[in-house]
Design a protein around this ligand. Structure first.
Ligand code: ADP
Ligand code: TRP
Length: 322
């Protein structure tokens, strides 16, 4: 199995990113050859400030390494260090139907929010297809919001293979139901763009504050409460051990428990999970040369795989002598 996933360095990573993509991707490291990368070409569709883009890129590198990415097993790299993907993007874009791209939410959702409709934003899914197809990945761990992009990738791979002969592996998304859409503090999908996140590497104090801000209904302390419609409980379910989840569900239903209490339990679980990772991250931050070595080593591995694919694609399309 070849596993590949990426994340844009477009803001501080949050619990939705961690549970929906980072942790599942890192668990898959054990099961095959894995490629994980920092999608800085993608982030460039929305961030046009050098210091911001570079800062977030460094952050994502530290975040992944602190959370357990094993650079021996996994090729971990910056997307822009594998420029082969941009050439592959062109080859794929000559087959990508306009209508298909017009329906993609990466473009459709962002332009109404005032983002300029650049060509890069429009062709975002084609670049993503190139990331995946370049290394012949067959397993793409992502949250549900990325499913459409993996479907576009499948369409493009099949279309290319039909037209030019078998070059690409057709990938499948790997989406885990229980973490496919992690809710944010307002109950909507947690997302950087909705300002409803719980950051994974904020300070302990700031994180607790974000957790205390989770919106709940206005039931009084003594009222019985419904765990299944409560965001605090939804998150508790993802961080607490199963026996404790059942206890909380029972306490919700019995009444006599305030949301402050379940929020406190959530904050404690969060802290128990992330405090050791935070310490590891601080140590890594003091060793930028190591982090850079990891990324460059990862890029060499990814480039070798991408080169092989690209050579085959160039030959198949008639760009080089038969
Ligand atoms: P954001 O919506 O915060 O900008 P991204 O689009 O950069 O997040 O997502 C990066 C990865 O994290 C993707 O694989 C995405 O599916 C996953 N992800 C993001 N938010 C969530 C969430 N709330 N629940 C589950 N997975 C998520
Ligand atoms: N579009 C993805 C996101 O916003 C990031 C990404 C870029 C990606 N290329 C990818 C994810 C390839 C998986 C595979 O989250």
């Amino acid at each position: 199995m070849r596993i590949l996933s990426g994340i844009q360095p477009s803001g501080k990573l949050h619990l939705g990113n961690y549970l929906g993509m980072m942790r599942p991707a890192m668990e898959l490291q054990e099961q095959g050859e894995a490629f994980l990368f920092i999608a800085n070409y993608h982030a460039l569709t929305t961030i046009h400030d050098r210091a911001t883009l570079w800062g977030y890129t460094q952050d994502v590198a530290l975040d992944f390494l602190a959370c357990g990415l094993d650079p021996q097993r996994t090729a971990f790299y910056r997307q822009s260090d594998v420029p082969e993907v941009t050439e592959l993007t062109w080859l794929l874009s000559t087959l990508a139907p306009m209508g298909l791209l017009e329906r993609c939410h990466s473009y459709k959702d962002k332009t109404p929010r005032g983002l300029p409709a650049s060509h890069g934003l429009f062709s975002y899914p084609v670049l993503m297809a190139a990331d995946i197809l370049a290394v012949q990945s067959n397993c793409v761990p992502v949250g549900r919001d990325q499913k459409q992009h993996v479907e576009v990738t499948r369409d493009l791979a099949i279309k290319f293979n039909n037209q030019f002969g078998e070059v690409f592996t057709v990938p499948d998304p790997a989406i885990r139901d229980e973490v496919a859409v992690v809710p944010g503090v307002d109950g909507q999908k947690m997302s950087k763009s909705y300002r409803n996140t719980i950051e994974i590497f904020g300070t302990a104090k700031a994180t607790r504050k974000q957790i205390m801000r989770i919106v709940t209904d206005s039931k009084a302390l003594e009222d019985p409460k419904d765990p299944d419609t409560c965001t605090v409980f939804a998150l508790l379910k993802l961080l607490a051990p199963p026996n404790e989840q059942a206890e909380w569900a029972a306490r919700y239903r019995a009444g006599g428990m305030g949301y402050g209490e379940s929020k406190k339990a959530l904050a404690d679980h969060f802290e128990a999970h992330f405090a050791p990772l935070r310490a590891k991250r601080e140590k890594l931050a003091g060793n930028p040369d190591y982090v850079e070595d990891v990324l460059q080593g990862g890029a060499r591995r990814a480039r070798a795989a991408a080169r092989e694919t690209l050579d085959r694609a160039r030959a198949a399309t008639g760009l080089v002598a038969p």
